[in-house]
Design a protein around this ligand. Sequence first.
Ligand SMILES: [Zn+2]
Ligand SMILES: [Zn+2]
Ligand SMILES: [Zn+2]
Length: 236
Amino acid sequence: MAEVRCTVCGRPPVDRYVVSAHGEATCARHPADASCALCGRPRHGGEPGWTRFTSATGRCPTCTRQGVDGQDEARRHIPVVRAEMAALGIRLDRRVRVTLVEPDSINAGSPSLCLGRTVQRLWVGTSQVDVLGIEIARGLTATHFGATVAHEIGHAWLAERGARNLPPPLEEGVCELFSGAWLKRRGTALARRLRRIALDSPDPVYGAGFRMVRDAVVSHGIAAVLDSVCARGRLP
Ligand SMILES: [Zn+2]
Ligand SMILES: [Zn+2]
Ligand SMILES: [Zn+2]
């Protein structure tokens, strides 16, 4: 295994240090003025190679190098993610368009960082829901991008199957389960860490929802869980 070196001083870190989702280490003693929105690496003032993510957050040099910044690049990744989701048994009957949007446009007023959203049209007085499209924040790493597309395909899939008005921890938990399954399949060190971070998240909707749905899958199997969610709006 290669020796770990600090992103700031270049020496093997001693005492306390922070490890990012990429596995990069930064000594805790270097003063940091921010951390990467995607991998958590601390930013040491003036360090080159950092780029903007939202107006309030930035990306480290490693996340910037892996960034899916343009629609053409997104278009190369999307069919691969769709095929990988299909291999996991999650297929959309109708193809849903995936577009890159400015991260600020999906982060107005939300306390935690939102990386994607599914735009749906609800017909008043009927049970019909149309999925209009999936929006993904511009500038994610390919791994964050795939995990976010997999999560949003989950929302579109639930809407197609008529699972409406689910409690938020159940809806987000199912989508985090899909995202986690995609990350597990991807199998890289970054993907493994992102799945671990999602499973350990203290968020009462995303983290708690993921753990609740994951536990139900361990007890009952994936098919029984998804059948129960779609038919009855609850876990078996
Ligand atoms: Zn250092
Ligand atoms: Zn980063
Ligand atoms: Zn969601």
